[in-house]
Design a protein. Structure first.
Length: 138
């Protein structure tokens, strides 16, 4: 759920996301398989303004290739309908995810937008830290 704030925040938005992953190859000696990913999401805005869509989508295709035990190269192409009506973003991105510890990841990527509405480029920086291992850890 996303709850915007401020005078131009818009309505509360909830979403449902599905991710399908297909391992492309697994060799006995290689425990780092290449993978193809298909992502789809549907967003619903419960209180859209006159300029916002009540429903929108995201659909994307990605490829991941491990570079070593701790680093994965990710390439993706996606299309996302924006909250603002008549705006759709298309992007092609390339990035890396690096595992610093078993519970900590960092991400760095860049992408180019294509089509009339998309920004020309974007840069992504991410940090992920898992606070616990429930339900696995006791």
């Amino acid at each position: 759920m996303e709850q915007p704030y401020g005078s131009r925040g818009g309505g509360t938005e909830t979403h449902v996301k599905g991710i399908l992953t297909k391992t492309l190859d697994v060799a006995v000696q290689d425990y780092r398989p290449r993978r193809l990913h298909f992502n789809v999401a549907w967003f619903h805005n419960w209180e859209p303004t006159a300029q916002e869509r009540p429903n929108r989508y995201l659909v994307g295709l990605a490829y991941s290739q491990p570079l070593n035990n701790d680093t994965v190269l990710v390439a993706e192409v996606f299309r996302e309908a924006q909250r603002q009506q008549d705006k759709d973003y298309n992007f092609a991105n390339l990035g890396v995810r690096r595992q610093l510890t078993p519970l900590t990841l960092v991400t760095l990527g860049a992408g180019a937008g294509f089509g009339d509405d998309a920004p020309r480029w974007q840069v992504m920086v991410g940090f992920q830290h898992t606070l616990g291992t429930w339900p696995l850890g006791m």
